[in-house]
Write a protein that binds this ligand. Structure first.
Ligand SMILES: NC(=O)c1ccc[n+]([C@@H]2O[C@H](COP(=O)([O-])OP(=O)(O)OC[C@H]3O[C@@H](n4cnc5c(N)ncnc54)[C@H](OP(=O)(O)O)[C@@H]3O)[C@@H](O)[C@H]2O)c1
Length: 348
């Protein structure tokens, strides 16, 4: 029998992606959709401004939207809640015994909350017993990173593990869907670039270091390197592109960097988890790729695409990264975390 799951913030950009990705999921079935008081009490199809390229799943269309409060008939809740409300709502679900998989920034940096990419730092799930004890909670909160951090941390992980990262400079070109719906006004973004995304640079600079940090059995020691991020909103529908320069602990040939990236793999791959991409990192050889329009849906939007690996005159080398912000950067990441938890018996 499938595990009943709920989606908090089900009407939003990330919430919709959860509903789309969970349609026909082999382990999980959406039984509850919840959103704000504005939507609660109404059929899902009447309140969700559905922007996916497939129709609302039949079993969801007429589901009554519930308020975001414990009492939902499910074991797991996936949260795509607005950060203005996510903190206490997710906490109340964890207290009530639910396993909460969150996309919001609110709990990512809590000392006892795992911020996990299962290919990169699965051992950080070791924080869960500590969290349950600290909070005297039957449930728990597991977070995935900010969308642009996801692709940066994924690309740095094999390099940090094998060689050691010392400095990172990253400039992002982030899709409009990253701002939710209705998001950025068309008159602000059409034919334009906005060189500011509130809070995004700070999130990239700290979350990357937590993900690549070391779990010491009680907490996570942040990775000891500096990240300098500049984040831009660009008129792209889906897919965050990032130009990254890295200094490593010792010189490494570009060809060896490519091999490290290409060969990278983790527990989701060896466990063959349902949402795991065959390869978490796809290295492209063409000198004008990856591009969001053509490449963002590779591996069902679950891969991190890397291209243009070459030496850098200031730091050691540089490359381009691309990933699907609402799939691997949000809903798909939470679902993979839930699959990993289940595979390890961590939901029992
Ligand atoms: N978009 C991305 O690429 C992306 C990637 C990674 C992480 N995130 C994070 O994921 C979260 C959701 O982002 P989004 O882009 O999906 O935003 P969004 O489209 O604006 O959706 C926000 C959701 O939160 C609900 N909500 C708002 N106020 C609420 C309240 N007072 N009580 C209960 N529910 C409330 C909304 O319900 P109503 O429809 O009823 O108002 C809606 O379902 C944010 O924390 C964001 O930072 C987004």
């Amino acid at each position: 029998m499938k595990i009943a799951v709920g989606v908090l913030g089900a009407t939003g950009a990330v919430g919709q992606k959860f509903i789309k990705l969970l349609e026909d999921h082999p382990w999980f079935e959406v039984t509850e959709v919840a959103a704000s008081e504005r939507s609660a009490g109404k059929p899902y199809q009447d309140v969700a401004a559905w922007k996916q390229t497939t129709p609302i799943p039949e079993g969801i269309r007429r589901l009554e939207v519930r308020p975001c409060a414990p009492g939902l008939k499910c074991r797991i809740v996936f949260s795509g809640l607005d950060a203005a409300v996510a903190g206490p709502v997710e906490e109340s679900f964890a207290q009530a015994g639910y396993v909460v998989l969150s996309n919001s920034r609110n709990h990512r940096l809590d000392e006892d909350v795992p911020l996990v990419i299962p290919e990169v730092n699965p051992d950080h799930m070791g924080l869960l017993p500590i969290q349950r004890q600290n909070r005297n909670a039957r449930g728990c909160i597991v977070t995935n990173s900010n969308c642009s951090t996801m692709f940066l941390a994924m690309a740095l992980a094999p390099l940090h593990k094998a060689v050691g990262v010392e400095k990172v400079v990253v400039t992002t070109m982030q899709a409009i869907s990253g701002a939710g719906y209705p998001g950025v006004a068309s008159l602000d973004i059409l034919g334009n670039v906005i060189p500011h995304i509130g809070g995004e640079e700070e999130k990239m600079e700290i979350e990357t270091r937590k993900i690549l940090g070391r779990f010491n059995g009680r907490s996570v020691d942040l990775a000891d390197f500096a990240v300098s991020a500049q984040c831009n909103r660009v008129p792209v529908e889906d897919g965050h592109t990032e130009s990254v320069s890295v200094k490593l602990a010792r010189p490494v040939a570009a060809a060896d960097i490519v091999t490290l990236l290409r060969d990278f793999s983790g527990p989701p791959q060896s466990l063959k988890l349902p949402s795991a991409p065959e390869r978490p990192i796809i290295v492209m050889d063409e000198n004008d790729r990856p591009q969001p329009r053509f490449d963002v849906n590779r591996a069902h939007g679950m891969a991190t695409l890397v291209g243009r690996v070459r030496s850098c005159a200031v730091l050691d080398f540089k490359f381009t990264v691309l990933g699907h912000n609402t799939i691997r950067g949000a809903a798909g990441a939470s679902i993979l975390n839930a699959e990993f938890l289940k595979s390890q018996g961590l939901m029992d």
